[in-house]
Write a protein that binds this ligand. Structure first.
Ligand code: SF4
Length: 299
């Protein structure tokens, strides 16, 4: 394949992938929602879950996005240094978003800040958002596509704690955010927490935490313990599905961390809603692809 042919194939597969992710939830989220429904006993709560499942079935059947807010598209990329399209990817992903916006269609969610006009294409200055990790010695690429809706972006907050406040203050910060804003994000939620030094390092980790599968655990024993405790604590707030109250408020709590400055803890929280449209695709150097988030899918 020439570089032009490779570029076209990559763009078209990503167009179809973004379109697909807008209507079908990833396998881990679907499985978790089914499990949580079984833990609710109230008539209203089970009705909410039944409505969610009916919504999912209709989205597939009618080939329509499963939530009206298809978000600002974000890509989190783990790219091998030898992947052939490494330098072209930002432009190709932008084009894929434009095509998917027309193809699905996706809601027009890119408003030029200060100029206050909607581009009508879902792309603009700095959108879609692209976050990179480059890996030595690899020639493939793995790309998370995520649709960050307005409601589920709303509870996002970051803070640097005063020296000595400790992990208890990080937990309190997350719980305060959940009691004040959790309701707005269409629960049950996937809660991503980032722990680092400064607000920006914590913030990107909290988004990366949302890319991890529901039910996966941080490999550090103490972080793992905090995930479990935070999950219990947020469930005990009793937000329930769509805020109607219930036994379960979260699909899970994922924590990502780095080493940090000895005197400060930067903490950030990011939230995914029940309609957590996150997809993961892998391309090899010959542009063969595999969808990792949705089993058995061919685009
Ligand atoms: S929070 Fe999620 S499900 Fe609710 S409107 Fe926003 S994108 Fe849709």
């Amino acid at each position: 394949m020439s570089i032009q042919e490779q570029s076209e194939r990559f763009t078209q597969v990503m167009t179809d992938f973004v379109s697909y992710v807008s209507k079908v939830l990833p396998d881990d989220v679907t499985k978790k929602l089914e499990e949580i429904r079984g833990r609710e006993t109230g008539e209203l709560q089970t009705l909410v879950y039944d409505t969610m499942f009916e919504n999912q079935a209709l989205a597939k059947q009618l080939n329509r996005a499963c939530c009206q807010d298809t978000g600002v598209i974000q890509f989190l990329i783990s790219c091998g240094e030898n992947f052939p399209l490494i330098g072209k990817m930002p432009a190709l992903l932008k084009e894929a978003v434009v095509r998917a916006t027309k193809q699905m269609p996706l809601r027009h969610n890119s408003v030029e800040t200060f100029d206050e006009y909607n581009t009508g294409l879902n792309v603009g200055k700095g959108t879609p958002s692209i976050f990179w990790d480059i890996t030595e010695g690899r020639d493939d690429v793995e790309i998370y596509t995520y649709m960050a809706g307005g409601g589920c972006s709303l509870p996002g907050r970051a803070k640097v704690l005063m020296p000595g406040e400790g992990y208890e203050a990080a937990a309190q910060f997350v719980l305060d955010t959940m009691t004040s804003y959790g309701l707005n994000a269409c629960p049950p939620l996937l809660v991503g927490i980032g722990i680092a030094t400064s607000v920006e390092t914590a913030a990107i980790l909290s988004k990366k935490a949302l890319m991890r599968n529901v039910g996966s655990r941080n490999e550090n024993e103490n972080a793992h313990k905090m995930e479990v405790l935070m999950e219990d604590a947020i469930n005990n707030i009793g937000i329930g599905p769509q805020g109607f109250g219930g036994n379960v408020s979260v699909m899970g709590v994922n924590i990502e961390n780095t080493a940090r400055h000895p005197s400060t803890i930067g903490v950030a929280v990011n939230v995914g809603c029940w309609s957590h449209r996150r997809g993961l695709i892998r391309f090899d150097k010959n542009l063969n692809y595999e969808v990792l988030s949705h089993k058995g899918v061919t685009l």
